[in-house]
Design a protein. Structure first.
Length: 482
């Protein structure tokens, strides 16, 4: 049976007579803290789940809980009979006000099966009450499709996933039936590890060796001088990028090596070209020179560097994209650009690669146009729709499209849930964290990367919140090795 993927967050309204299987289905497919159950609330405000006298109070509490959960943008599975049209519509209205998807799940279980299940219960629904519910259900199941839900579903295997995975099942099937190739790069964005400074060199070597064994095509490092706020704290250990790449050249044999990406303000551009050429020679022709506009103003101030206005940085980036190939070419001809003046471009030894690839980082229209004119690749963020939009700027250019994302991979749902519980910050709810790190199973990720490939991406770079998952990522990579 195909698994239904619901967008996170969403509201799921269960509807059906007693003993039709609602609570059992909800418990099988959703975490307990996502389910708001009228029976459990009856036990909370009354003498037990079968305390019918407490029903009114239980539903009053249920309405408050549902309203507050939806107001906070939390996935909410409403486990009641769902036979009250006014209540259903009020929950749907709350979901719409919160901008959340809302589906109804119709439990159209045959009447005799409901009665049979009821007879097997320790606490039976009174026969006349169940008969009334079954009678009402005939009307309710006709009303549900008219009430405006995003969908009215049959009870099937279901899971709430980050939005990027909602369509991934079909994409994964396409990859299985007609595989396409895709390159994979590992981005190292953190150097925090249990061994501390003394063990850093061995740790970096171990990660690189495992990445090659997993099938990665490249390893990239962030070009910063202290940790960025999106990843950690400024005082966490953070290695200088090009020095680290030189070490990685000695630790690896196959993967390409580059920055993702070097801020154009951080170094004299001619010096950057010399560094990249040296890496290419020492790595046996595996260097990639990533460059970008630079954005981290606080880092510039901390190190005493000027942080020019955007227009000036764009002028510097455009000159750099023209200067670097000149440096890597034969001879020593001068270069004069808009802002750069290099009288002598001598750079020997020249790179081993006849054409050392230049990758530009950034998704803005001006950056994309520069990449289309001068670069070999441009790295972007976002979902498949954002990628398709970026691809429009690269038509009739040689530039490839690459994609960077944080990616958490679990072998299955159970392991993925464990990883989310282990890694999420205390003050971030699991669904928000899962969305932030694109948390999905191997199958989910295969589908997501197939969608990115179909949008025009030729290489995906992934930053792993947990490097212990490298072996699991190997299962994703192998699906793109036709």
């Amino acid at each position: 049976m195909s698994e239904l993927k619901l967008p996170s967050p969403c509201v799921v309204i269960l509807a059906g007579p007693g003993a039709s299987g609602k609570s059992t289905w909800a418990a099988e497919h959703f975490a307990a803290d996502l389910i708001v159950s009228s029976d459990r609330l009856r036990a909370l405000v009354g003498a037990g789940e079968d305390d019918i006298a407490a029903s009114a109070d239980a539903f009053a509490v249920l309405d408050v809980v549902v309203r507050h959960r939806i107001g906070r943008g939390l996935t909410t599975v409403v486990d009641t009979l769902g036979l009250d049209a006014d209540r259903r519509r009020s929950w749907l209205a709350l979901a719409r006000d919160a901008g959340m998807a809302c589906v109804a799940v119709a439990f159209d279980t045959p009447a005799e099966e409901c009665r049979r299940r009821n007879r097997q219960r320790d606490k039976r629904i009174p026969a006349d009450a169940l008969t009334a519910q079954l009678r009402s259900w005939g009307t309710v199941k006709k009303e549900l499709p008219t009430e405006g839900y995003d969908d009215v579903l049959e009870p099937t295997a279901a899971r709430v996933v980050p939005n990027v995975f909602v369509e991934s099942t079909a994409a994964q099937a396409r990859q299985s039936e007609a595989p396409v190739g895709l390159r994979f790069g590992l981005q190292l964005s953190s150097y925090t590890h249990p061994a501390g400074r003394a063990g850093t060199a061995a740790w970096v070597r171990n990660v690189a060796e495992r990445a090659e064994a997993a099938g990665f095509d490249a390893i990239y490092v962030m070009d910063h001088f202290r940790q960025i706020p999106q990843v950690g704290r400024a005082w966490e250990d953070f290695l200088e990028s090009w020095t680290t790449l030189g070490y990685l050249a000695a630790c690896t044999t196959r993967v390409r090596l580059g920055t993702l990406v070097s801020g154009i303000t951080y170094r004299n551009v001619a010096h950057l070209g010399k560094i990249a050429a040296t890496l290419d020679v020492l790595s046996g022709g595996r260097a990639v020179c990533g460059v970008g506009l630079a954005w981290f103003e606080a880092e510039h101030k901390a190190y005493g560097w000027p942080f020019p206005p955007v227009a000036d940085r764009y002028a510097l980036l455009e000159d750099a994209l023209q200067l670097l190939p000149v440096l890597w070419g034969p001879g020593n001809k001068p270069f004069r650009g808009k802002v750069l003046d290099v009288p002598d471009t001598t750079c020997y030894p020249r790179p081993l690669q006849e054409h050392l690839p230049v990758l530009v980082g950034g998704s803005g229209p001006r950056t994309l146009r520069l990449a289309a004119r001068y670069a070999d690749a441009v790295n972007v963020f976002g979902d498949a729709a954002a990628v398709r939009k970026a691809a429009g700027y690269l038509q009739d250019s040689r530039a490839e499209l690459t994609h960077l994302s944080t990616t958490l991979v679990g072998k299955d749902h159970a392991q993925l849930d464990q990883l989310i519980r282990k890694l999420r910050p205390r003050n971030v709810n699991p669904a928000k964290y899962a969305e932030h790190v694109n948390a999905g199973t191997v199958a989910d990720q295969i589908g997501r990367f197939r969608e990115l490939s179909e949008a025009g991406v030729t290489e995906v770079m992934i930053s792993l919140p947990d490097l212990d998952t490298l072996d699991t990522v190997a299962d994703v990579i192998s699906a793109f090795r036709p």
